[in-house]
Structure formats: C-alpha cells, structure tokens
Design a protein around this ligand. Sequence first.
Ligand code: SUG
Length: 399
Amino acid sequence: MREIYFDGIVGPTHHFGGHSPGNRASISHAGMPSNPKGAALQGLEKMKRVMELGGVQAVLPPHDRPSYSHLQALGFHTPEEVPDDLFFAVSSASPMWRANSALATPSCDSSDGRVHLSVANLLTHFHRSLESEETFSLFKQIFSNSEHFVLHPPLFFGGNFGDEGAANHLRVKGHHLFFYGHSIFEPSFFSRQALEASQAIARNHLLDTQKTHFVRQNPDLIEKGVFHSDLIAFAAGEHFFYHEKAFQDLDLPGYKVTEEVLPLKKALATYFFNSQLLKLPGDEYVLLAPRECQTLSLDWLPMPIEYVDLDESMRNGGGPACLRLPLLLTDEEIQALPQSLFLTPPLYNALKSWIEAHYRDHIVLSDLKDPHLLFEAHEALDELTEILALGSIYPFQKN
Ligand code: SUG
C-alpha cells in the first residue's frame, strides 16, 4: 500500500479575510495584502518536492470563487448589493486546505474491503461550510469506482455536529485515532469536531471497534488556537508524535514530545506539529516542516527534515499537512483514479505556467469585488479543467 497525498491547488482569490475566529493566524493577518500567485507556487513547490522524494502526489482543483451560486442562493443579483464581509467570505480560497475536505480510511481496515471517504461538513465557519457540496460533487467524479471506493456525504449541518475531516484523525499502526473537542450535548464555543460526528464516521467506514479510539483534545489548547488536532500531532506508518499537552486519555503508545524538549508556545508559533511526515518507498521517512521550524533544535527526531516555504498559507493558519488529504491505497485502487490528477514533471510544468499566466501577485480585500478578477478566475479555472482532464465541473462552465 502507498500513501497518496491529494493537495489543494491554491485558488486565484487567496486573501486574508480574518474569517476564522479561533485560528490566531487568520485573525492576526486579517486585511493584509495577499499574493495568490506566490501562494499557489509555494503549494506547487511542496508537491514537486514530495514527487521528487518518491511520494505519490496528486492535485485537486480550487473551488469557484467568488461564489456567485452561493450569493444567488442568498437572493443577491449583483456584487454591489452584497455586504463586504459576506462577499469576502464567499471569495475565500479555503478549499486549498484539503486535510479538511474529507476523512479517508484504507480498504484493509474496513469489513467490506473498500476505501471509505466521508466528506466533511465544516459547519462551524461560514466560509468553510460552503465547501462541502462542491467537494462532494468533485469526489463523486474522482472516486466513482464503487468496486473500490465508498463516498459518504457530509454529516448533518446542525446542532454542533461539526466534522473537519482528516485534520482530526490519525492512523497509527492500523489503529484509528479520532480526535474531538466536544459532544453535541455539551457544545463548546471553540471546538470544531463533535464526538458524535467522529463516531458516525467510524461506524460508516466499517472499522474494527477494537482498533478505533476516540480521544478528547485538550480544551485549554483549543482555546489557545489548536483548532485542529493536526496542529499538535502527526503520524505516518509506524511513527506517531504528539505534544504532551495535546490530549486527554490517550491510550496508544507514541512519541510524547515533552514541554522540555519543545515548549508548546514554540510548537504553536512555528507550526511544528503541522509538518507533513512522508512515508516513502523502502520505509524511508522525511519530515516536511514549515521553514519557521528552522529556529528549533530538532536533533531528537529520528528522521531527516526538509523545510518548505508556505508563508502565504501559513498566514491563514495552514501549514504543510493542512494542504493535503492523505489516502492509503493499493496499486489497483490508485489505478482506479483519474490518472490526469497525479503530479508528473510535465503536469508540474503545465501548472506552473498556468499559475504564472493567470494569477495576480497582489490582492487587497477591495479587489475581490473587481469584476475583472471574477473573469480572470473563470478563465483560469476553465483552462485548469482542461489541463486536469476533468470536463465541466464548475457551475459557470454549464451556462
Ligand atoms: O479552517 N484558515 C483555515 C485553516 C485550515 C487549517 N487546516 C488544518 N489544520 N488542517 C481554517 O481556519 C482562514 C481564512 C481567512 O481568514 O481568510 C482559514 O480559513
């Protein structure tokens, strides 16, 4: 079996909207000018590095933003009628953080022998809740082979039944750790993941209950900005690393990183635990860490580290692991996916030229209402669907 990383391509409207209370980076960078071209190139360079290291890398297209279909559903007809905050929210490029798109479990762990994927509802933040419908429809196309894949729709949208996908889940030595922040019967203002949502996913994915664990996130840390558990723990293959303050009642052995080795404050400021641990052929491991971690002493780590520059995404609270949806697949399952989505040197070159031709390198919030930006974004996405051989996936392509 191989680990596959599906990274989201950063969309042309990438900006700093301050849309995510509870996410400190998002709030502290609100209103700053952004560089969508730089952001998309940084994401692409990370994918290229994974490919060069021997990882299986695939791409997922951005969503259609600003989303006029959502504005129409809200009764608006022209951009001028829409309050700024609402317009900026429907313009968010947040689908780039594909760790929040869904949660996938491998076929070897399900009693029906198939890969299960549950699309996340992302209900706690308005701009993110807009993603699930489009993700579900895209995934229906990508994971259409029902001999190998079972796609579950997003869970209920009400009653604090929040689910944020792979960002609150790890697979460690065949065991599944589902991290949650609250129960729907005791909602918390800050927590994004409900216990009941995680339990429903484990049941729907037909996992072995003996190998399924529901672990509560430390509520103090959620208030300190650990809005997903992938900001405080990571795993791949045999390895599992977590900060000693991360969880309550963890009953699975792993590498506990103590406060002495890495103080929580530094771990959060550098996003160390959002590093992407790659499991490569021949049981080699490489940790892709945000470049902010270069200031840390990490000689206790048993694997080599490489640093990646993802500053644009990081300013919105998204590091290396946030940008990718991980899947563990057999060769046959990999063959059952659209091959046009897998990164190769020619696809890398095509995406690079495409970004350079279509993206702006400077956006302030007021630019989002510029009708030219919408036009540019549509032109770009239209061309992208050709590059990725996806057909007409966007609402504007069907008009
Ligand atoms: O949901 N930021 C995202 C970051 C997602 C990080 N993902 C993982 N940890 N896996 C969020 O808070 C900010 C957008 C803005 O403010 O413009 C934002 O949505």
